[in-house]
Design a protein around this ligand. Structure first.
Ligand code: DC
Length: 257
């Protein structure tokens, strides 16, 4: 099976976005109407817990675009490494594993469904061992180059909101709209713990893991997490989701008009 085919999004997902749309307020409808004229590439980057996924998925739904979580691809590879007993530190073996894998992202209204070698691993890839592994496999330049190429194929036709760490800098340096979403580390931690309903020891462990992952993602040699020079950088610490969304929508509207 060719890599290109492995990563191809099902056409039905991209070509019938309207089927996915629930009821909208009027402003959303007008945004969507103009969005049918040109299919943009929208890049949303930022650290874990900054609110990227929520914003990306709300924006994609409003526009009728596909929301692609690039991190899920690194997570799928990390899971494959765990299953095949491959070290997260062996770049060549990880690259080979990636090339031999069938990783699919299927946008749904509640996030991406992740398929690894045709098995649904959506829930599994969110677990702690895979989360850490994803950050570790993502430091390798060859793994990144492979992922970036696949992500470029996925978004090439436009009509996508792609979220990650390097979308605006490496995957789509010419994206139509770039948002870099950040927030105070303590607030990000709290949001993550609330999302996962964690307390006590489990909460402490998850918070420590988030800090470590953050540090690794920001300081790795290749494509460290940083805003593209032309990105709108928003600190969402004291902003509501609606506010953040409004700001991105303004950019989208400008591009579409
Ligand atoms: O977005 P996420 O938490 O699912 O990402 C998991 C890991 O994957 C993250 O710690 C770093 C890596 N990643 C990356 O390096 N580049 C991306 N575009 C997306 C994710």
């Amino acid at each position: 099976m060719s890599v290109r085919r492995d990563f191809a999004l099902s056409q039905s997902l991209l070509s019938h976005p309207a089927l996915e749309l629930p009821q909208r307020v009027k402003s959303c409808v007008s945004l969507m109407t103009i969005s049918t004229t040109r299919k943009l590439i929208i890049a949303i980057d930022g650290p874990a817990g900054a609110g990227k996924s929520t914003i990306a998925s709300r924006l994609a739904r409003k526009l009728g675009y596909a929301n692609l979580e690039s991190g899920a691809m690194y997570r799928a590879l990390a899971l494959k490494a765990i299953l095949s007993d491959t070290s997260f530190d062996e770049e060549a073996a990880l690259l080979k594993l990636a090339e031999d894998s069938h990783i699919q992202l299927e946008p749904t209204s509640t996030g991406n469904r992740v398929l690894l070698d045709r098995h649904d691993v959506t829930m599994r890839v969110r677990e702690a061992d895979v989360t850490e592994g994803a950050s570790r496999v993502s430091v390798h330049p060859q793994v990144r180059a492979w992922m970036v190429a696949r992500q470029q194929e996925l978004g090439a036709k436009g009509g996508v909101v792609m979220e990650g760490r390097d979308i605006g800098t490496k995957v789509f340096p010419h994206a139509d709209v770039k948002l870099f979403l950040d927030a105070d580390p303590v607030v990000r931690e709290q949001r993550r713990l609330q999302q996962q309903n964690l307390r006590g020891r489990a909460a402490q462990a998850t918070a420590a893991e988030l800090r470590e992952r953050d540090q690794r993602d920001r300081t790795r040699a290749v494509s460290p997490l940083q805003p593209a020079p032309d990105a709108l950088v928003l600190d969402s610490t004291s902003m509501s989701e609606d506010e953040v969304l409004r700001r991105v929508e303004e950019l989208v509207k400008k591009k579409l008009e």
